[in-house]
Structure formats: C-alpha cells, structure tokens
Design a protein around this ligand. Sequence first.
Ligand SMILES: Nc1nc2c(ncn2[C@@H]2O[C@H](COP(=O)(O)OP(=O)(O)OP(=O)(O)O)[C@@H](O)[C@H]2O)c(=O)[nH]1
Ligand SMILES: [Mg+2]
Length: 332
Amino acid sequence: MAATVANGNGMPAQTALNTYVGFDTITQQIEKKLLKRGFQFNVMVVGQSGLGKSTLVNTIFASHLIDTKARLEADEVVRQTTEIENVSHFIEENGVRLKLNIVDTPGYGDQVNNDACWEPLIKYIKDQHSAYLRKELTAVRDKYIQDTRIHCCLFFIAPTGHSLKPLDIVVLKKLSQVVNVVPVIAKSDSLTLEERQAFKERIKAELHFHEIRLYPYESEEDDEQEMALNESIRDLIPFAVVGSERNVVIDGRPVRGRKNRWGVVNVENENHCEFVHLRNFLTRTHLQDLIETTADIHYEAFRSKQLLALKESSQSANSPPSQSQSPMSVSQ
Ligand SMILES: Nc1nc2c(ncn2[C@@H]2O[C@H](COP(=O)(O)OP(=O)(O)OP(=O)(O)O)[C@@H](O)[C@H]2O)c(=O)[nH]1
Ligand SMILES: [Mg+2]
C-alpha cells in the first residue's frame, strides 16, 4: 500500500517541483471539453398579463425568440401567450455555444378566480426536477443528462408605483421555495426616476417583511469579492427594466428603444433603466452560479425529499418498493 507523507496537521505535505510538469493545463483541458459540449440555460418568465415578459426575453438575448403582443405592423394580430410555451434556441458567441431554453408562461391574474394560478408554474418546475431525478436513478445513465431544470425565474412586477399585489406575494413565496427568483419592475418607463426609487424601496421592504428568500443567496463559500458583487445585486433588485423589440435611431445609431410622446427611451442606457444591469447579471456574472445553485440548492432539496419519502414508505410497507413507491412515480 502506498504511504502518504503528511505534515503535522495531517494534511499532505507541500512539495516543490524540480521541473515543469504541465498539470496546470488542466483548466484548458476542461475548457476544451466544456466548449465541445456547450452550455444549457433555462429561464422562465412569470407575471401578470401584458407586462412585457415575452418582449424582455427577446431584448435580453438580442433576437426574436418568442412571440409577443407587440405588433411590428399595424394590421398584425395581437399575439398573446396563452399556455406554457417552451422555446429552445442555440446561440453562439466567440465559439461558446449556449442552448437557451425559454419557458414563457401566460400572464396570470386575469381570471375572476385567481386561486392556485401558480400551480401550473410550480408543477412545471417540479416536473423538470422529477424528470432529472428519474434519469439519474436509471441503471444505464446517459453520460450527460439533458438538463431542463429552470435555472432562473424572472418575475415581473407591474409598475403601479404603490406596492406588490397580494397575489404577487403569494406567487413569489411559492416560487422562491423551488427556483432562483429574480424580480423585475416591468415597463419602468412609465415611472419617473423618483417614483421608481420609492417603489423599489417599498418592494424591498415587503419582500423582507414576507420573508421571501431571493437569489443570490448568502453562502459561506463566497470570497470578499463575490460577497461585494452579490451585495450590489441585492441593492439593485428588483431591476427596473424596459424592453423593446424595435430599434430607434439615436445620434444616427440604431439602438433598442421605445419612442413615446415625450422622447425616446434607450433600453441600453443606464440613465434610462436598469436593463443593462440585469443582462450583465444574467449573462456575464451569474450565469454559471444560477445553474450551480439550481442543482445544489433547489434540485438537492427536491431530491432528498423524494428519496426520504421513498425510504419511509418502503419501510412502513416493509416490503420491496412497489410501482407507486418508485422514484419514477414520485408525487409532485
Ligand atoms: N411602455 C412599455 N411597453 C412595453 C414594454 N415591454 C413591452 N411593452 C409592450 O407591452 C405589450 C405587451 O408585451 P408582451 O411582451 O407581449 O407582454 P407579455 O407579458 O408577454 O404578455 P402575455 O403573454 O399576454 O402575458 C406590447 O405592446 C409591448 O410592446 C416596456 O418596457 N415599456
Ligand atoms: Mg407573452
């Protein structure tokens, strides 16, 4: 048996190398493999009807990915999202391929009775966890399990300037237990900067009061830099955004924007709205963390709950698991 040389505290001894060995290339080797495989990011948009959910997704990823109510021509019919729609696109940037899965949900809150309007959303999220667990537990596993788990749920708040609606609070509470929720103030071009700030503060206070736990979560593993970054994100949340599928010309340059009677809103101008902050957060700083957190926190909670329930039921029955107790049929 090989002996391990350890120093006083039981840790392996630090040994200096006499020559270049080359294992520092492991990061490049990993990168090569990852680039070949590509990445997967699944986003869900949730909120009341007509808040610009579909428009914002198209604005973030700078393409027409999903249909919106917006009409590019005056005689076009209005296209409303009426059921949970799942759209996949491959996008590529400098050799990095991202499979983007967008789950567009119909606006809720239109019905006379809005009880349990969040149920199809929660069910959808849990169904993806359940499908993943099932694939993990099969005897012959795929090398890479197709990941359809929702990594980020963008939650749209109506720009009322007052407070969150009671229905929003209920839905936010339910969602935040199963997915990374990122709230945004929709159509923030309808608020003045002062109104926007006051609205934000009120929403923050309400979220705190109702103990709604939002992403990014505090983690002991974070270093000082990550903690500072997450703190600045928590300060910004809810991001006050404006979406647009159209270009307007500003200083001779076409930019994503909205023209109204008072002037032009440039979606990408930080003085006009916080769209750029949201996009940077989703794509440049937290993309990988959103994916990891989904697996480590939300999926892990689902997985352990299901496996515990399975163990308990098989113990109480004191017999081999039957079909109804198998993880293939775990309750939602
Ligand atoms: N003023 C303003 N209008 C917006 C903004 N974003 C979208 N709109 C407009 O709002 C309307 C609804 O946009 P959609 O993106 O279809 O809204 P939705 O939330 O997907 O609607 P449902 O699918 O019916 O729930 C369209 O006419 C958009 O042009 C915004 O930031 N500001
Ligand atoms: Mg829509």
